[in-house]
Design a protein around this ligand. Structure first.
Ligand SMILES: [Zn+2]
Length: 707
């Protein structure tokens, strides 16, 4: 299209007239090279490409727990399926327990200091001075034919050199044996381990990162090479698991997958209750009661039993075992599946858990499924474990217990709902939408915190629904601004922070849904992302691209501001000028603090018509604007992050009107803009972001009162 020169003059004068000093900090520049170039594995639309592939790893494991010495011993057969187009000459295996080996990188690089007063527990944790022999003790590593494999251990990873190169489409099967000392979570922070109950001298084991498991090999960076140093979580391949867990005969075992040998490990009565639970949709059915658990606590069995579980298409396997466990289950319809929602807990968690836990599992499954995809697994289990919140496929470990006398308050309920909904929610992100937690914590924690908040808004409206909202990020900017890291920073650097990995991305999803895109469009795009990438491995660019592609919304400016930077939203209403037409004969009331200025409407001079012979109707336009109140409002971007303007106007008859201006209003100038609004009524005040939807960290400059 070609413009005549006259149009340029008018356009320029328009821009000059309506903006102040040009400020350009590239907020609206496209992400461009910040995102990887699309290819046949990952497309420009954010969908998996036609050549997308991922490896598959199947595990057949036998594991036993020594309840006297708290030692875990296992053997496994791993089948590695090379679905990549590449020939592999070695495999990398994750040895996560080595993060607690003597001299490990986590403790050696921990920043420490002496405080005037330190608790004994504190100094031991600070200095890593545990009386604990940690780390994997590796036994045989051999082919299924019994030939030893050549390997090298680099801290938390082990390279296995393949006897012959593994070609695309080929499988490699090998065996390993190992053991390690389980650790006391009361003193050593970690995601698995045990809790000791001194009153009845029993243990509850929550077992995780417990078997040597394959590192990810993908199209993005080949073998995962970021060591486990404690904060950054896990990157894993999908596969099928067949696991036999040998424990004291009076233990209740809860695990990823479906129990295969109920007739061998459950009593006839328990099996009957399980059959009933599968048909009971309105409340949990107790499979193992508190009374029975208390009897088991006292009469400790010296026999053992093996519980056999199978799980298909999962990226990990975890389990919990104790003679203290109470177990309840309820069926939940999630068409086309019926899922068993379950809770497993010691008596110390009652009656809070009996009243709330399975309900929370069910609520999470229903709300998350409605926003993503139908939950595909047969079970979802919440296990109670002191001071914990950790997720695995189908099973999660959750803190929150009532007071010692069993009494509990709304705060206890809130804590339970927070942790159970969150950890069950992790089934969707990252257990099914399989993101790399070590590199991008926000992709599971942030999106999950967002859906946790949505679940609470839908199912628990009386509980606190602040965390994860835009408003909840204010305190980080006010108190810790210089220490914040952008969500795109990896979790070992952010220290897995509430801001970077959890809150900021959740707040961003809220702003997108409630201000920028609207609920319908956002939900459609978010669902598209979840469905495109379920059982696959998306990267940040894939998420960013799908959200734009599925909604016809260019959000590059938004991702840059909310995910690549820590600049906050703080928009101020700098000034409001009131105008009326000069020939209005308007009589301002005495009470008005600010009086109108006057301006005139002239007839359009011929020069502005260029070649057009037709003319606008000057008199009609003048008549249309007669009697109107014009407000020339100046907005200042104090915080730096460009933001939509959510405005509420209050008139002198106390009626209100709202308007949302997209963030693109800042595209000419990112520091200050003016815009004219006009009304029949006289404006009393104007307020920015009255319902805390945009994340504006300073609301003191959000209101401008005219009278
Ligand atoms: Zn989480």
């Amino acid at each position: 299209m070609i413009f005549s020169r006259g149009v340029y003059i008018v356009l320029f004068s328009f821009i000059f007239f309506t903006t102040k000093a040009q400020q350009w900090s590239a907020s609206f520049e496209q992400l461009g090279s910040k995102l990887p170039t699309p290819n046949t594995y990952r497309t420009g639309s954010g969908a998996p490409g036609e050549a997308y592939w991922q490896q598959k790893v199947d595990y057949k494991i036998k594991v036993s727990i020594d309840d006297e010495k708290q030692v875990l011993t296992g053997t496994e057969t791993i089948t590695y399926h090379n679905n990549s187009p590449d020939v592999l000459t070695y495999l990398w295996v994750q040895l996560d327990q080595n993060v607690r080996k003597e001299g490990n990188i986590k403790d050696v690089t921990n920043i420490t200091g002496i405080a005037p007063k330190m608790s004994t527990k504190n100094i031991v944790q600070e200095l890593g001075a545990y009386d604990y022999d940690g780390g994997f003790k590796i036994g045989e590593i051999e082919t299924t034919a019994g030939e030893n494999l050549d390997y090298f251990i680099n801290r938390t990873m082990m390279r296995i050199n393949l006897p012959t190169p593994l070609k695309p489409g080929e499988n490699f099967e090998f065996k390993m044996s190992w053991s390690y000392n389980l650790y006391d979570r009361m003193i050593i922070n970690g995601r698995g381990g045990y809790e000791y109950f001194p009153e009845d001298k029993n243990y509850a084991y929550t077992v995780a990162q417990w078997y040597p498991r394959l590192c990810v090999y993908d199209d993005y960076e080949g073998w995962q090479n970021k060591q486990f140093i404690g904060d950054g979580e896990f990157a894993l391949e999908f596969g099928d698991f067949d696991v036999e867990i040998t424990v004291p005969a009076d233990h209740i075992v809860s695990a990823t997958g479906e129990l295969q040998n109920a007739t061998q490990v459950l009593s006839a009565e328990q099996q009957k209750r399980w059959t009933l639970a599968k048909k009971t949709f309105d409340k949990p059915v107790i499979i193992a009661s508190q009374e029975e658990a208390e009897a088991r606590e006292k009469n400790k069995s010296s026999e053992t039993k093996s519980w056999h579980f199978k799980a298909q298409n999962v990226r990990d396997f975890a389990f919990a075992t104790s003679r203290k466990y109470i177990w309840e289950a309820q069926a939940v319809k999630l068409p086309p599946n019926t899922v068993m929602a379950m809770s497993v807990y010691p008596k110390e968690a009652n009656p809070l858990w009996a009243n709330e836990a399975t309900k929370a599992v069910k609520n999470a499954l229903e709300v998350y499924s409605s926003r993503t995809f139908d939950y595909p697994y047969p079970v979802a289990i919440a296990v109670n474990a002191a001071n914990q919140g950790m997720e695995y496929p189908m099973i999660c470990f959750n803190g929150s217990r009532p007071n010692k006398n069993g009494k509990y308050s709304q705060r206890h309920v809130s804590d339970l709902v927070d942790v159970v909904v969150h950890e069950v929610g992790h089934n969707y992100f990252p257990m099914i939408v399989n993101t790399d937690e070590r590199m991008y914590g926000w992709m599971d924690e942030g999106l999950n915190t967002f859906l946790e908040l949505e679940t609470k808004r839908e199912r628990y409206p009386t509980l606190d629904t602040i965390w994860g909202s835009p408003k909840s990020m204010t305190v980080y900017h006010i108190r810790f601004d210089q220490w914040l890291d952008a969500p795109m920073t990896n979790p070992d650097i952010t220290n897995f922070s509430d801001y970077s990995d959890y809150g900021q991305a959740s707040a961003a999803m809220n702003v997108l849904r409630n201000v920028i895109m609207g609920k319908e469009l956002f939900d459609m795009a978010f669902k598209t992302y979840a469905n495109l990438w379920k059982f696959k491995r998306p990267k940040p660019a894939d998420f960013f691209r799908v959200m734009e592609d599925a909604s016809a919304t260019d959000l590059d400016w938004f991702w840059k501001g909310w995910f690549f930077k820590t600049t906050p939203v703080d928009v101020a209403i700098e000034n409001v000028k009131w105008y009326r037409l000069r020939d209005d004969n308007f009589q301002p009331k005495q009470k008005y603090g600010i009086l109108p200025k006057y301006f005139s409407l002239t007839e359009t001079p011929d020069i502005f018509y260029w070649d057009f012979l037709s003319r606008v109707d000057d008199e009609k336009i003048k008549a249309d604007f007669k009697g109107k109140n014009f407000y020339d409002i100046t907005f200042k971007n104090v915080g730096g992050l460009v933001s939509p303007l959510v405005l509420q106007f209050t008139f002198d008859d106390n009626t209100t009107a709202s308007e949302t201006i997209p963030a693109e209003i800042w595209r000419y100038s990112e520091s200050e803009v003016t815009k004219v609004f006009y009304f029949n009524k006289v404006l009393k005040s104007v307020q920015l972001d009255p319902f805390d939807k945009t994340g504006d960290i300073n609301t003191r400059n959000n209101v401008f009162k005219l009278n």
